[in-house]
Structures are given as C-alpha cells and as structure tokens.
Design a protein around this ligand. Structure first.
Ligand code: GLY
Length: 406
C-alpha cells in the first residue's frame, strides 16, 4: 500500500539519522585528531605575538623607571602591581635580553634585534666585577644568543673572558667549580651550576666542565635518580654536607633543582655527542634519562610541577618550562618518535603554560609572559610570581618543539 511505503521510508530516514548522530558522537569521543585543537605551530605563533607586545611594554616600563640615562635596570619580577628590577649582578640579568633575542629569532623583526642589543651590551660590565658561578647564565642567555644570531665578533671575546672567570672558580682537589662566594659553607656547589657549564663547553675549558659534571654526578644524586640542591665540599674534596636550601626539606626533590639537573646533563650529553665523545655522552645522557624516569610519572595531570615534588600548594611555571625544554633535548638526543613520552609531556606542559591559567593578558603582569613561578619559598622570596627565566625557557622550548623547528 502506498501509505505503508511512506511510513517505512520515514522510519528508515529517522533510524538512519539517529545512527549517523550516534556514529558522529562516537567518533568525537574516540581517539583520532581533534580538528579544533590549536596546533603547536599556531600555539607558538600566538605566544610569540604576545611576547612581541609584552617585551616592548616591559622596555617602556624600564625606561620610565630609569633615573639616569646610563643607569641599567633589569626586570626581576612583578609584585604588588609594580615591576621589580635588579642590577646586572643579579643571576637573572641575561634572561630578558635572551627573551628579546628569541623574539627576534622567531620573527626576524629588526625592532627586537635593536632592543636585544640595547639590553645585552650593559652586561659586558660583569667582566670587571666580582661574579659567581652564574656568569654562565648571565652571559650565555644574552651574549651567547647574540653571537649566534648576529655573528658579531665582539661577542666571542666577551664570552671567552667570561669563561676564564668561571674556570678560575675550579678547585682541582675537589674537582668542582665553587658556586657561591663567601657564605656559611666551605665550597658550596649547587645543582644549578650544571647550567653554567655551557659557557665553558662553548667558549672555555671543556675539561673543567667535564670534571665538574662527573664529580656532581657522583655526589649530588640520590639512589632514585633525584638530586640534592647543595653539596658542601672541603678543600680536599671530602663532603661536608648535603642540603636542599630552596626546597621543602633536605631530602625532598626541589622542582627547579631537578629541572636544572635534567637540562644540565642533557646539554652536556649533546655537547659530548657533537664533539664525538660517545662514552661521556652516554654517561651524561644516562643520568638525565634516569631522572626523567623519576620526574614524568610524578608530574601533575597538567604537567606543571609544584615548587617541590613533595608539596601541593604552589606551582612553579619556571620548573615546568625548564623541564619542557630539557625533555625536547632528550627527545632529540634519542631520535624519539611521535609517541616518545618526553615529547608528549613537553607538549602537555607547553599547552598548559600557554593557557589562560598561566599566560598573561597583553599589557599586564609587568610585561612578563607567565604567571605562577616560585623563586625561593623557604626564603619567602618571589612566591607565585612571574620570573624572567620562566619566560626564557618557555620560549626556548617553543622554538625547539619539532613542528616549530627553524
Ligand atoms: N639558580 C637559582 C635558582 O634556580 O633559584
């Protein structure tokens, strides 16, 4: 009958429509690419667009603060609605110039090159001063990037002079570079010092850097692969004590300390690999890989660690950014595929940092990119604030992310 056919067709149509909707819902819920998700290339574009606005804004805040035309102010943090600045002697003085160099590397825009030069040049004065081990951080993030980005020959002599100053801190009997000057310790060495070795590896005495890294590998690490913050040595190399000054407890895993160790040993492995020293490259890689194996399962769901792995109060975006950058280095060292947990974790951390939970709105936060870092909680200093090095390693990781390779 004609009406039976019509009813049947309607029934078939309704059933098919429901079936199609169910299939679509199932496809959306199951794995496979999420077409609406921002790619890492798009994410980097968004962050670097913000960085270009924020760095110019920060430069204007610094200029407004300047008392004398030749006074040099470095951004340190943003607290109580105000930009907190430092002199070039503060260990972080190279990171804002370094952020400017990275914006220039990404965009090729000469505005940022000029700003980067303006904020890099004053750091040359460090060579005429008493410094500590952080001369590596200060010079590599500023002049080190300028040397790479411009080929300016004056950078090489500044970096070589800085490397000689750093090498002069070596205590041969103990096999380490002293970290801090006059203090309550005898020869204090902090794990952060691994980062300063890059200056020696590129511009100075590589053997001193290798000895320091090998002594640190023997004495700083615990059975589980995590590191103490500070080891105090006597002049004959005997160990006087082990502490975690900026962490929750001597035996806890201070997040940024783990980040410095992860990054520092991955960096050393890469330098040795590039120099054809396979045995040392493996020694350093294995230390980083063991620590990586400890860190990855202990990161929170969104990837950004708390300031100490034993705590659940304040996040530390700086530790997250450094870990992300180090994981990308390890991923490259092992020629990891797309499912490498190091790559996946780095992506997760970067996506979280680029979310409104961490990323500033343009024209706010003193020109910093990221919120929620911790300088030293036990010292009640810089808790839950923006910090220059969080921004620096965040951009570094974005530049290193495979899709954004330039
Ligand atoms: N290098 C000092 C710090 O990580 O706080």
């Amino acid at each position: 009958m004609w009406w039976t056919v019509i009813v049947d067709e309607n029934v078939i149509f309704v059933v098919m429509r429901h079936f199609a909707l169910i299939l679509a819902a199932f496809a959306a819920l199951s794995c496979g690419p999420r077409p609406q998700e921002e790619t890492m290339t798009q994410l980097a574009e968004r962050v670097f667009r913000l960085a270009s606005r924020q760095t110019i804004y920060m430069d204007s805040l610094l200029s407004a603060r300047q008392q004398a035309p030749d006074a040099v102010l470095c951004p340190r943090t943003f607290q109580g609605d105000s930009l907190v600045t430092s002199d070039i002697g503060w260990w972080c003085s190279g990171f804002y110039p370094g952020v400017l160099w990275q914006v220039y590397e990404y965009s090729g825009d000469e505005t940022f090159k000029a700003l980067a030069v303006k904020h890099t040049r004053p750091l040359e004065a460090l060579l005429g001063r008493e410094t500590d081990h952080d001369i590596g951080f200060q010079l590599m993030s500023s002049f080190g990037r300028m040397a790479r980005d411009t080929g300016d020959p004056s950078c090489g002599s500044i970096l070589r002079a800085g490397a000689r100053t750093l090498a002069a801190r070596f205590v041969p009997e103990a096999g380490v570079l002293r970290s801090w000057n006059g203090s309550r310790w005898t020869i204090p060495v902090i794990i952060d010092n691994m980062m300063n070795l890059e200056l020696l590896m590129d511009y100075g005495d590589r053997e001193v850097a290798e000895k320091h890294a090998l002594t640190t590998a023997r004495n700083h690490f615990r059975e589980d692969g995590t590191t103490f913050h500070l080891v105090d040595y006597d002049y004959d190399g005997a160990i006087l004590g082990r502490q975690t000054v900026q962490g929750y407890a001597d035996n806890s895993a201070w997040a940024r300390g783990q980040a410095w160790a992860l990054y520092g040993y991955a960096m050393m492995a890469r330098k040795e690999r590039e120099a054809g020293n396979a045995a040392l490259a493996k020694t350093f890689y294995d230390i980083a890989a063991k620590l990586e194996g400890w860190i990855l399962p202990r990161l929170p769901e969104d990837g950004v660690p708390y300031w100490d792995f034993s705590q659940t109060d304040y996040r530390d975006a700086s530790a997250g950014a450094i870990i992300a950058s180090a994981l990308l280095d390890l991923h490259a060292l092992r020629n990891g595929g797309p499912d490498d947990p190091a790559l996946k974790t780095a992506e997760k951390i970067l996506r979280t940092l680029a979310s409104p939970d961490y990323l500033s709105e343009p024209g706010t936060n003193g020109g910093f990119l990221l919120r929620h870092s911790v300088g030293s909680l036990p010292g009640n200093s810089e808790v839950d604030v923006p910090l220059t090095y969080a921004d620096y390693y965040f951009l570094e990781a974005l530049l290193a992310f495979p899709e954004n390779g330039r």
